[in-house]
Design a protein around this ligand. Structure first.
Ligand code: THU
Length: 136
């Protein structure tokens, strides 16, 4: 079981933000996702000229880990200039794929805060609702 080192996750998220493709918002974001075995996957936001196709840093980090076969996650870090918290779409995907994990928010001026993913998505819709015994 990997130990969570928020400072290390911050370094990864900050580095990932430098690769952001965000010519429209000019708002780079980086994310670092720690797997149960201690591997760290990075993601940055990638914007599209068709704005709605933009994918956030958090979901890109999750995709990078999932495609390598990872299914258990310990923590997520997000870095931006002023401490962005995950958007609504990301909150749903983080909950679905990572469950209740700590999310460390970092910014340029060393602000940091931690939220649990479960607290960021109260009364979630998730796979438990899709099980037959829960249908009305
Ligand atoms: N963005 C992220 O990548 N993660 C967040 O937590 C907040 C928003 C991106 C989406 C878009 O490329 C830019 O930041 C401005 O919304």
């Amino acid at each position: 079981m990997a130990a969570i080192k928020p400072d290390v996750l911050k370094q990864h998220a900050q580095k990932a933000a430098t690769f952001s493709h965000s010519p429209f918002s000019k708002y780079p974001v980086g994310a670092a996702l720690l797997t149960e075995d201690g591997t760290i996957f990075e993601g940055c936001n990638i914007e599209s000229s068709s704005y709605g196709l933009t994918v956030c840093a958090e979901r890109n980090a999750i995709a990078a880990a999932v495609v390598k076969g990872h299914t258990k996650f310990k923590a997520l870090a997000v870095y931006s200039v002023n401490g962005a918290t995950p958007c609504g779409a990301c909150r749903q995907v983080i909950w679905d794929i990572c469950g209740n994990i700590p999310i460390y928010i970092f910014s340029e001026n060393n602000y940091s805060k931690m939220y649990f993913s479960g607290d960021l998505l109260p009364a979630p819709f998730d796979n438990t609702k899709l099980e037959k015994e829960n249908s009305e």
